[in-house]
Ligand binder design. Structure first.
Ligand code: 4NP
Length: 169
């Protein structure tokens, strides 16, 4: 991570309307609070909701904690994303597997890729290596759980990012 070129992180779930937009805004909040030179975006492995705003339930639960998701719009993950991002964060294991399938296609087309892939919960001691459960077909507690876990995992990631950025200045 150089102190000039931003480190680019892409949060990825299935629909890009519940978990990954929440992760995007929460992770950006913690990166900005530490003044880290990091850009955060999100995408979905599916093409279920292209161009749509985040699910209203995600928006409402997030807003109660001060996170505004309203300007985000869903898009599908592309092979180009593996060239444009440094880190792709999968919300659950199915996402991880689908991202890895696309990574193989990107590698076949482009050769060496910029992005590495990890789970959102990779460094999270409170949710160790745990999937971020899909809240789409459930109730309010699922959306709160997404926020709890995104906050917890984002705090763990900013510790990692900070260590890298301070060792490279
Ligand atoms: P997300 O949630 O992957 O967290 O955005 C979902 C959104 C939509 C659907 C499934 C999960 N769907 O089946 O349309």
């Amino acid at each position: 991570m150089s102190s000039r070129t931003p480190y680019k992180v892409l949060c990825v779930c299935l629909g890009n309307i519940c978990r990954s937009p929440t992760a995007e805004v929460v992770l950006r909040h913690y990166c900005d609070a530490r003044k880290l030179n990091i850009v955060v975006d999100s995408a979905g492995t599916s093409n279920y909701h292209p161009g749509k705003a985040p699910d209203l339930r995600s928006q409402q639960h997030a807003l109660k904690r001060g996170y505004d998701l309203s300007s985000l719009r869903a898009r599908q993950l592309t092979i180009q994303d593996f060239l444009e991002h440094d880190l792709i964060l999968a919300m659950d294991l199915e996402n991880l597997s689908n991202i890895q399938d696309l990574q193989a296609k990107a590698e076949a087309q482009f050769g060496a890729l910029r992005a590495r892939i990890a789970l959102m919960s990779e460094h999270d001691q409170d949710y160790p290596q745990q999937a971020l459960p899909d809240p789409y077909y459930g109730g309010a507690e699922g959306f709160e759980r997404v926020l709890d876990q995104c906050e917890s995992s984002s705090k763990a990631w900013v510790e990692i990012f900070q260590q890298h950025q301070s060792s490279q200045v």
